[in-house]
Write a protein that binds this ligand. Structure first.
Ligand code: CAA
Length: 283
């Protein structure tokens, strides 16, 4: 199962990062999005990241040109017919993901692996939207993708060993570290991270301390690179809420109840860094 050509679906923060690291590792990459402006934004993020690496003398200008030459734009899922693996990084919504996987299943060649970068949704359910559940797997990258070393690899109920191994080899080629986990709500990363972030929001909601104090305690006291409220803004408060709801629905335990303050911010459209306002103001 040799992987040469990759399609990344969704040119947002995660998708463009995944496309970048794949192209840097030597894969041919199709970056797909339904919106032309998202594709343009995704390509400009990649170009900016690579230029920063050139200015820091991590890569040469000719290497940057070569990496960019491995990236192509795609506006149709039908282009999946050209690739060996698709990594889906669309919005965190089961209906949208199953629709995309159903279409990819029609177009991708029969040997192609269909991977999802979902941060908490069941891989087994996504796989059931296809006629090849044995070729469906979770490849959960962390944000910012070019920097973070982890890829959580999630086996669905039917995932073939051969598929798991091919994805493990690919992850190593991307110079990332694969960690195998089973298909449970939030997997490992978000089952542990999100309740911590949710608890930080409750701590703010209950007036225990200011947002700055909460972040400072976790940064200086636990050596976290970002405080939990800054991290929530960085991830996106809508994504944090969606993941908490997935944990709450999946386990039915009150300990995963999303904080009302998180719901309120999302309702207000204060989604964090991407909208210019979350727990902090970025305007
Ligand atoms: N894209 C690409 N590169 C970036 C970047 C970005 N968005 N942000 C920072 N970098 C690079 C910088 O260029 C710099 O590179 P060099 O070492 O080559 O110079 C390096 O990262 C360090 O950056 P800075 O010195 O500017 O800043 P920093 O030391 O504060 O690090 C950080 C920034 C890496 C984001 C760090 O704050 C951090 O690790 N934060 C926590 C991130 C985290 O927890 N991510 C997981 C989120 S959860 C998730 O993704 C899963 C989910 O499902 C929700």
């Amino acid at each position: 199962m040799e992987i040469k050509k990759v399609m990344v679906v969704g040119a947002g923060q995660m998708g463009s990062g995944i496309a970048q690291v794949c192209a840097q590792a030597g894969y041919q990459v199709l970056l797909n999005d339904v919106k032309e402006e998202s594709l343009a934004r995704g390509f400009s993020i990649i170009e900016k990241n690579l230029s920063r690496q050139v200015s820091k003398e991590k890569i040469r200008e000719d290497e940057k040109v070569l990496i960019l030459s491995r990236l192509e734009k795609s506006s149709s899922l039908q282009d999946a017919e050209q690739v060996d693996i698709v990594i889906e990084a669309a919005v965190e919504n089961m209906e949208i993901k199953t629709k995309i996987f159903g279409e990819l299943d029609q177009f991708a060649p029969s040997h192609a692996i269909l991977a999802s970068n979902t941060s908490s949704l069941p891989i087994t359910e996504i796989a059931a939207a296809t006629s090849r559940p044995e070729k469906v797997i979770g490849m959960h990258f962390m944000n910012p993708v070019p920097v973070m070393k982890l890829v959580e690899i999630i086996r669905g109920l039917a995932t073939d060993d051969e598929v798991y191994q091919a994805v493990e080899v690919m992850t190593n080629t991307l110079k990332k570290v694969p960690v195998e986990v089973n298909d449970f709500p939030g997997f490992v990363s978000n089952r542990i991270l999100m309740p911590m972030i949710n608890e930080a929001i409750y701590t703010l909601y209950e007036g225990v301390a200011t947002k700055e104090a909460i972040d400072e305690v976790m940064k200086l006291g636990m050596n976290h690179p970002m405080g939990p409220l800054t991290l929530a803004d960085f991830i996106g408060l809508d994504t944090c809420l969606y993941i908490m709801e997935t944990l709450h629905d999946g386990f039915g335990d009150d300990k995963y109840r999303p904080c009302p303050l998180l719901r309120k911010y999302v309702k207000a459209g204060w989604l964090g860094k991407k909208t210019g306002r979350g727990f902090y103001n970025y305007q």
